[in-house]
Write a protein that binds this ligand. Structure first.
Ligand SMILES: [Zn+2]
Length: 429
């Protein structure tokens, strides 16, 4: 399939509209949920003759998915080839089935994403995330690398020693990695005398955590990695519900939207579109999905879209870094922020080796923030307080713990990602 990302905006939009109309017809014919949703809200899909008119359909959110997930399934069990589920970091995980067509689409999606990072048949990827546990992304990377004609080594998560042995043995060129694990890999290399700066690895595809600020400069985590190891860093963002990835090119100014696979809208609290470059809630409509198609699904992720053509030659829009989850917004002592702002402060302090944020409500129902942390060298509490005040304009409660105490809280067996934040507030969905 040709890469539409280099075509004119008119061609991209008319292609997208055609695919959207096809997806709407498909859900009208096959999705119990959307049949009921369209009927309830008197939606006539034949009236949707432009991308803008998609707003005739009311949005839906995670609650609908969790309450009725099987009503979203659009294929018979005999057509399902793979069962995945959402991460379940927010309430009950939702099972998402993929048909054969969906697996082809997933492979195409990831092939384009990897190509966006300059990948080709000479690349050897090392997958340091899980491929099992019903995790869609691990499968996507494996299928995408194959589609690209590249090599793949599935080392799986953890075990820095195995990761470095594999790099040494197979000369892998690109890591697919959670950025905080990349920090651990670097620390392990330093502590064990591994000449990592001269290794075969030239780039990292960073998943699960942002490495950039909203202005696309590297955030504390990104800078920490780049200063220790000058490899190319590419941020990528995806979710099982979207079944589509947003991946940076070498320009590093946001994840390119794969316009033939997804429609993105950025909405404010009232459901109105926000201007270009302004952060709002990412709302998506999948294109070409059979098993679990979604129309106007509010992801809860807060980010901005940028539409000017990219210096890489692609004309597709780009999504800025996710600055937080809608419900994670912290309102504390007259100011508001997302946990990512706290991560950014903590990641910039070299003495901090590990931390976890806990959000709860005080007796009056106000947000309360507690940061548990461990250090690798002495750190004055006053210095930490000052840096937090400067970064987030309030001082959370602080609790110093030993590394042994905090590690099991962050790296939990059953979780796919490190647990950096625990939200105990009642409204945490
Ligand atoms: Zn680009």
């Amino acid at each position: 399939m040709p890469d539409i990302a280099y075509k004119s905006i008119d061609i991209i939009q008319s292609d997208q509209l055609e695919r959207l109309q096809r997806q709407l017809k498909f859900v009208t014919a096959h999705s119990k949920f959307y049949q009921a949703h369209f009927k309830k809200h008197q939606v006539d899909i034949d009236q949707i003759k432009s991308l803008e008119e998609l707003n005739l359909i009311p949005t839906i959110g995670k609650k609908e998915l969790q309450a009725h997930y099987k009503d979203f399934w659009c294929v018979a069990p005999s057509q399902i080839r793979d069962y995945t589920n959402t991460s379940g970091t927010e309430g009950k995980p939702v099972t998402i089935p993929l048909s054969n067509t969906d697996l082809d689409r997933l492979a195409y999606n990831e092939m384009l994403s990897l190509a966006c990072t300059g990948g080709d048949e000479n690349e050897i990827y090392q997958l340091t995330t899980t491929i099992d546990r019903r995790f869609m992304a691990g499968l996507a990377y494996t299928l995408g690398a194959r589609e690209l004609g590249a090599g793949m080594v599935r080392t799986g998560p953890g075990i820095p020693q195995l990761q470095w042995q594999t790099i040494d043995e197979l000369n892998t060129t690109a890591l697919i990695v959670v950025p905080s694990f990349l920090v651990k890999l670097i620390d392990y290399a330093i502590n064990n005398g591994i000449d990592y700066k001269n290794s075969s690895v030239k780039k990292a595809i960073c998943i699960g955590e942002p490495i950039r600020n909203s202005d696309f400069s590297l955030n504390a985590l990104g800078s920490r990695i780049k200063e220790a190891w000058d490899i190319e860093l590419y941020s990528t963002y995806a979710s099982s519900e979207m079944a589509t990835a947003f991946t940076e090119c070498s320009i590093g100014k946001g994840g390119h939207v794969l316009t033939d696979l997804i429609v993105v809208e950025i909405l404010d609290e009232k459901g109105n579109k926000v201007p270009e470059g302004v952060a709002g809630e990412l709302t998506i409509t999948t294109l070409g999905v059979e098993g679990f198609p979604l129309v106007r699904f509010r992801t809860g992720d807060i980010c901005a879209v940028h539409k000017e053509p990219c210096a890489c030659g692609r004309t597709t829009p780009r999504l800025g870094p996710v600055i937080g989850r809608k419900h994670q917004m912290i309102k504390c002592k007259g100011t508001t922020c997302y946990p990512s702002a706290i991560y950014d402060v903590m990641d910039r302090i070299p003495e901090i080796s590990h931390y976890q944020i806990e959000l709860s409500l005080d007796n009056l129902g106000n947000d309360e923030v507690l940061i548990r942390y461990a250090t690798n060298s002495p750190l004055e509490m006053g210095s930490l307080v000052n840096q937090l005040k400067a970064g987030i304009r309030f001082t959370p409660k602080l609790e110093a713990l030993s590394v042994e105490m905090i590690m099991p809280m962050i790296f939990q067996e059953a979780k796919r990602k490190p647990v950096k934040m625990v939200d105990k507030r009642a409204n945490s969905l």
